[in-house]
Design a protein around this ligand. Structure first.
Ligand SMILES: Nc1ncnc2c1ncn2[C@@H]1O[C@H](COP(=O)(O)OP(=O)(O)OP(=O)(O)O)[C@@H](O)[C@H]1O
Length: 276
């Protein structure tokens, strides 16, 4: 039994119990997505309801192809909604916006530009009234936060995959979004780099107090990072199947989490969901 983390009971629910509206950052109501296909309409998501609180870190798990990326890209405003609605702080979203930053599995940087120029692309767009010096300071601050202080003027094409993803993280935080959407951001990285970037992500998230929604296929990553793990049912017509509260205190260390009595209960809960 760990002395670092409090032992709390495992809570899970399937009713998406509503939170007080003042606490809610993201609200997905009766969300539906239909893709037209040559064989007819394919209903990926139907009647999907989910509320995410301000400053919450939520991870999303579910079988491959169930519709996780579809849901995230709809929240990002990059994929049209077929039914229902999504609101951020009570306002319906109508497309992409600087209130939502996105980190994809592949950071898709401009290869001929430096790390700094890549981060500045977003910063210049979102803060057009700031001075050039201020914009550079913001970009440099986040690049330094992700450990790239020595690589401001390195071209993206000269960076390793892990370094490129660091730029991707800096780029997303630098526009100071209210919500950060992450689609398997560490999926292509080796486990050491993955661990390092998880720590960096949590450190900045903790400081910036933004809301984070992250898709992952890694159950351990889902538990380590999240306040709640949201489980999606398999498609077609996927919805939220279950939600697991992760009650470990923050800041967390990997060692303390792994040694905690509840860790294996959480893990079993998620694996049982995925296996049935
Ligand atoms: N543009 C599209 N047109 C038609 N079908 C699509 C389109 N995009 C996705 N799909 C289908 O919708 C379903 C959900 O895809 P999506 O990428 O959202 O799943 P996912 O849960 O993120 O998968 P993975 O875990 O493998 O990344 C899949 O069956 C996919 O083939």
């Amino acid at each position: 039994m760990s002395t670092i983390l409090e032992n709390k009971t495992t809570k899970s629910h399937t009713d998406n119990g509503l939170f007080p509206s003042n606490d809610v950052m993201l609200d997905l109501k009766k969300l539906k997505k239909v893709y037209p296909t040559p064989k007819g309409d394919y209903v990926v998501l139907e009647d999907l309801n989910l509320q995410i609180k301000k400053e919450e870190f939520v991870t999303i798990i579910g079988h491959s192809g169930c519709g996780k990326t579809t849901m995230l890209s709809m929240i990002a405003g990059l994929n049209p909604i077929s039914g229902g609605n999504i609101s951020v702080l009570g306002k319906y979203i109508k497309g992409p916006g600087p209130d939502r930053g996105v980190i994809f599995q592949a950071p898709s940087l401009m290869p001929w530009m430096t790390s700094l120029q890549n981060v500045l692309l977003g910063v210049n767009k979102v803060f057009p009234h700031a001075t050039k010096g201020e914009r550079h300071d913001i970009a440099k601050y986040y690049l330094q936060k992700v450990g790239l202080e020595g690589a401001f003027i390195k071209k993206a094409s000269e960076l390793s995959q892990g370094m490129q993803q660091r730029v991707g993280i800096a780029r997303a935080f630098a526009i100071k979004p209210k919500v950060l959407l992450l689609d398997e951001p560490f999926g292509m990285l080796d486990s050491l780099t993955r661990g390092e970037l998880q720590d960096i992500l949590i450190e900045i998230w903790n400081k910036e107090k933004i809301t984070a929604v992250m898709i992952t296929h890694d159950v351990d990553e889902a538990i380590f990072l999240a306040d709640r793990v949201v489980m999606m049912t398999s498609g077609p017509k996927a919805k939220i199947g279950d939600i697991l509260n992760i009650d470990f205190e923050r800041p967390r260390t990997r060692k303390a989490v792994l040694e905690h009595d509840d860790y294996y209960k959480y893990r079993k809960h998620l694996i049982d969901f995925l296996e049935h």
